[in-house]
Design a protein around this ligand. Structure first.
Ligand code: GLC
Length: 421
């Protein structure tokens, strides 16, 4: 890449990023983007809070506090919270049929909020002390829920729906998805393709299976044990595993510093660290997902594979993979390595670059002394700086893709990518 974004432009971009957060604010929570995603999404909100923390720390705390108002008795924090009805979205509350404290979906999402709450605390420990302490038992309960209901016998954290991982149509799910026969799913009308070009969205094949999985769990009344049992979709996922590891580590450190009850967290963290070995694909030589029902690896070098550093592992073997991927794709770490035959530069989690994944990869790598971490930040800054705060980017051309005026892309700009290195 030869062109670079002029330093003087960044002031405007900072203001534009703040404007997006403000416009997507619905009062205590932020929507990922207007129209396509009109509710509070779990990990989007966590990123939003980091963006708000750059100019309004009180509002940043509120984002996470509102997220936890949707927490179920079990400890699960839903992936979507339907605060106010919006008929423009499918699948809405009636399809999910859940009975948490607020209408919500019945699955969760990667728990980045655990880590990010500790950053809000660090930003102003005096102002955040009481708010952090109030959230602490709730956050611990969510982490414990994962360990109880989403851990396989090898110690890896699994997902029971592609949406739970947050990487909706990644190739990681292909094997498990092929085992689902969605014949009885019935008629439904998608809304996402009314907002965004269908070639950039998951296919009907995928969508039928997404809805089938929701219907199956709803019929089981969202009972955690029953939903996991005999589920054709149970995939051990590096996204969840590494992000939970990071969350527990950050919570433990902050809890000790604040003199809070950290319970068994140290032992839980050690178990997760040991469990991370289960995600090492020895044939391919990288971190990978696998189908828990048959042990089949995805053989997918994805952006989740590179979350190992964010999770706190020293993973020197992953550096050469990162170098190869960055050589092949000029605009940030793509969701799938471009040399994988399943790569599709514009289709969501099968190729595009996502700013928030790049942030976790770049930051994590830099923290562990991997020099390429800074290169990831520079490229993310370049692609967002040039093409805007869109949902994701074509990793080969940088072209903007998906929805516009996206909360987490704006937040990633403010909290990380747009900062002078
Ligand atoms: C899509 C993404 C998911 C995100 C949601 C809202 O479903 O795959 O990760 O949370 O949109 O932005």
């Amino acid at each position: 890449m030869t062109e670079t974004v002029a330093a003087t432009d960044f002031f405007d971009r900072d203001a534009a990023a703040r404007e997006i957060l403000t416009q997507n604010d619905r009062g205590g929570y932020t929507v990922p983007t207007d129209g396509l995603y009109p509710y509070q999404w779990n990990w989007d909100s966590a990123f939003a809070s980091l963006g708000f923390a750059e100019f309004d720390l009180d509002r940043a705390w509120q984002e996470i506090e509102t997220l936890f108002t949707g927490q179920w008795d079990s400890g699960m924090v839903p992936h979507i919270i339907f605060h106010k009805p919006d008929p423009g979205y499918f699948p809405g509350p009636d399809v999910w049929g859940c009975n948490g404290p607020i209408a919500s979906s019945g699955i969760t999402q990667p728990p980045v909020a655990l880590s990010f709450a500790t950053r809000l605390l660090a930003a102003d420990p005096e102002a955040g002390k009481a708010r952090f302490a109030a959230l602490y038992p709730k956050m611990r309960k969510w982490a414990e829920w994962f360990l109880k209901w989403r851990r396989d016998e090898k110690g890896a954290i699994f997902v029971i729906h592609p949406w739970e991982s947050g990487r909706d149509n990644a190739p990681d799910w292909d094997d498990a998805m092929s085992k689902i026969d969605p014949q009885d799913v019935g008629y439904y009308e998608r809304r996402d393709t009314q907002h965004v070009d269908a070639s950039m969205r998951p296919t009907k094949y995928d969508y039928d299976r997404y809805i089938w999985l929701v219907q199956r769990a709803k019929a089981l009344d969202w009972d955690d044990a029953k939903v996991a049992e005999d589920n054709p979709f149970k995939v051990a996922d590096p996204t969840m595993h590494f992000i939970l590891m990071r969350g527990l580590r950050d919570l433990l450190a902050a809890g000790e510093a604040q003199d809070l009850d950290t319970g068994d967290m140290a032992a839980q963290l050690a178990e997760l660290e040991a469990g991370a070995q289960a995600l090492w694909n020895p044939g391919m030589g990288f971190y990978d997902s696998y189908n828990c029902n048959n042990g089949i690896w995805s053989n997918a070098l994805s952006n989740a594979s590179f979350l190992c550093w964010f999770g706190g592992l020293d993973a020197p073997q992953m550096e050469q993979h990162l170098a190869r991927v960055l050589d092949a794709a000029p605009y940030g770490v793509p969701s799938l390595a471009p040399f994988d035959p399943r790569f599709d530069a514009k289709r969501y989690w099968r190729g595009p670059t996502w700013g928030m994944m790049n942030m976790m990869i770049g930051e994590g790598a830099s923290e562990r002394g991997v020099a390429l971490g800074e290169e990831v930040r520079k490229r993310t800054r370049e692609v967002i700086g040039r093409y805007g705060f869109v949902e994701y980017f074509d990793p080969m051309t940088g072209a903007a893709a998906g929805g516009k005026a996206f909360t987490w892309t704006a937040a990633v700009w403010l909290a990380w990518a747009g900062k002078e290195g």
